[in-house]
Design a protein around this ligand. Sequence first.
Ligand SMILES: Nc1nc2c(c(=O)[nH]1)N[C@H]1C(S)=C(S)[C@@H](COP(=O)(O)OP(=O)(O)OC[C@H]3O[C@@H](n4cnc5c(=O)[nH]c(N)nc54)[C@H](O)[C@@H]3O)O[C@H]1N2
Ligand SMILES: Nc1nc2c(c(=O)[nH]1)N[C@H]1C(S)=C(S)[C@@H](COP(=O)(O)OP(=O)(O)OC[C@H]3O[C@@H](n4cnc5c(=O)[nH]c(N)nc54)[C@H](O)[C@@H]3O)O[C@H]1N2
Ligand code: SF4
Ligand SMILES: [Mo]
Length: 698
Amino acid sequence: MNAPIPQRTIRSVCPHDCPSVCALDVDILSDGTIGRVRGAKDDPYTAGVICEKVARYSERIHHPERLLHPLRRVGPKGAGQWEQISWDEALDEIASRFLAVEAENGAESVWPYFYAGTMGHVHRDGIERLRAVRGYSHQYDTICVGLSWPGYIAGTGLLGGVNPEQMAESDCVVIWGTNAVHTQVNVMTHAMRARKQRGAKVVVIDIYRNATMEQADMGLVLRPGTDGALAVATMHVLLRDGLADREYMREFTDFTPEFESHLQLRTPQWGAEITGLTVEEIEAFAHLVGKTPRTFFRLGYGFSRQRNGATAVHAALSIPAMTGAWQHRGGGAFHSNSGTWALDKSRLEGVHLQKGSPRLLDMSEIGPILTGDTRALRGGKPVHAMIVQNTNPAVVAPDQALVRQGLMRDDLFLVVHEQFMTETAELADIVLPATMFLEHNDYYTRGGHTRILYGAKVVEAPGEARSNHDVINALALRLGSDDAVFHTSDRDVVADTFARSGYPALEKVEKTGFVDRERPDGVARFAGGFGWPDGRYRFAPDWQAVADRKGYRWVCDPAEMPRYADHWAVNEATDLEHPFKLATSPARAFLNSSFNQTPGSLRREGEPTVFIHPENAVRLGIVHGDAVVVGNRRGQVELTAFLHTGLCTGVLIAEGLHRNKAHRGGRGINMLTSAEPAPPFGGAPFHDAAVWIRKASC
Ligand SMILES: Nc1nc2c(c(=O)[nH]1)N[C@H]1C(S)=C(S)[C@@H](COP(=O)(O)OP(=O)(O)OC[C@H]3O[C@@H](n4cnc5c(=O)[nH]c(N)nc54)[C@H](O)[C@@H]3O)O[C@H]1N2
Ligand SMILES: Nc1nc2c(c(=O)[nH]1)N[C@H]1C(S)=C(S)[C@@H](COP(=O)(O)OP(=O)(O)OC[C@H]3O[C@@H](n4cnc5c(=O)[nH]c(N)nc54)[C@H](O)[C@@H]3O)O[C@H]1N2
Ligand code: SF4
Ligand SMILES: [Mo]
């Protein structure tokens, strides 16, 4: 038989939760399957480059383990015994169980739960309509950006920054707390362009010599959770050595003599003690950014996943406000453009349907919530029913022991709509098969650049897989609503959302594949003033104003927050029993837990490992390749030791969210992470866990 040949190449968009939002060229083969996937060359941000995991997408979309039919649990929870049922049976059962839970315990006992398996808004956020129409419990979205966004907004007042394509025009690119080679490869494209074309210096600040740092001209390996100290010590040097732009600060910031006195105490010696860097490293960094007007600060998510992460992001962001880098093309800062889309999603999310004002439950606290923690439940009733779309909490959510215990509860009716039998789906009562991005219509945003992209349905879904949109609509109709929005197609909702938002018509967008939301350069670099009423960048944040702006909820006493940009020593402390700090950094070939079943990714990532400094290993009698156990009060995980010289002693790094089952003992890395909401407004401190490590007993 002849191998299928490419028949046509279509333009699409990567749906995964990665800031790059790549424009894709996908070969459709003569047998209707997909062939090669490439980065679109004519998209200025993608610039022809995509990550290897999406380049191999045919492995994922045509995976033999794709879910094809609705399933009902027949054995005990988690035993893996299923019977195939029809969609009608499945939807009828879900509706009747949800109504029964509501009748017995109130609508707030149902908690629809989702995240960003697809970043298409129709198929990601449509679940809000279902929530609204019955008055189910709301979800407080903290798991990813709960710490970084407030930290950024605290300074600028707006979640937006300089067009990241301008990194190519920089003389110095600072890649801070993001492993771009793994997590958003396109950052490297633009940073490397600057190096090649202009001789720009690339600085990487991380807690280990990761793949991105391997490519840097200056690599700063600091202790976890000490970025605020590096930032304020840097500002000390800038002021001390006349490298601060005082005129810029006078016009555009809230700089005061009090803040200057505060920084006088933050000497490089002080910073070196906290960060583990040398005084020379801190001074060299300060001089580089202080003497290079076109310095671009690419602030990542990684360094925010610490208990002091929001303040660390704010402190790092304060450096360009002191050097005035914002004034120069190729200079300034960028974290996310998610504050700039101005999309009206009111119909997509069913705002007109909202019943009552139900409680808001923190998604990162799913473990405590499902195990009856009254604080996490906000004093309300337990959760007795859930529908989960687009997320795999049994692997990705913190404090996994509690998450699993909660999901296993016999009095929790769990519906999981998925593409694969994930470890969350394994614990469900009903599993529903979901479509993938090439099998439905949606538009996509992520904060990583300036465009919103549209991806149309181009292939048929396998088996009986249905889209999130269709499932939400079908359920809402069965739950008694006949609102017109539940009779729409996904394409209708895209068109309607664009029309409401004053975007070009969908027919037009379809032709090019995108809407460009690039703001004029001066606006993006706050040339007319920052996003606060007085137009000033805030070195002394008003966190309450941040909360008011975004509807955030305090999880600490506001009076505890540092007054100025600073290092804040609130992270999980090591002690004699837990002498190591563990970070759970991202793996290259997985995307959170997605791709942890595709052959190419599994080959590349191998077994779950933990990096440990050889000095620590020797003391503990651990050699490279040993089976080790890492543990703390929350639980224990088995991994394989990997001796690594590129990290501070006392630090452990475990890359990637392998399947829990991939670990000997069947427990995943989130056994060790905490679900305690990090200040000021919640969020999971995934890279901030005090642990012990020992050789596994044979
Ligand atoms: N291949 C791949 N790509 C991904 C993902 C993935 O899992 N794999 N995840 C996707 C998602 S959902 C997101 S939100 C983004 C996240 O992308 P990133 O912004 O890269 O954030 P993280 O993945 O959390 O971690 C990035 C780096 O932060 C480092 N880090 C941890 N603690 C500290 C600290 O205290 N200080 C400093 N300076 N560095 C620290 C980690 O070691 C890691 O190298 O990536 C997306 N892209
Ligand atoms: N230890 C540790 N834990 C972490 C992190 C970390 O750095 N360290 N990072 C955290 C971060 S930043 C994030 S964002 C979260 C992300 O966690 P999740 O949002 O759970 O991300 P994924 O693991 O990619 O799981 C997404 C799931 O959605 C499914 N899916 C994809 N598209 C669709 C669709 O169209 N319909 C349906 N029904 N399902 C779909 C996929 O098959 C996949 O199983 O994880 C967090 N967990
Ligand atoms: S995961 Fe990120 S880098 Fe890879 S194709 Fe998708 S958007 Fe691009
Ligand atoms: Mo994320």
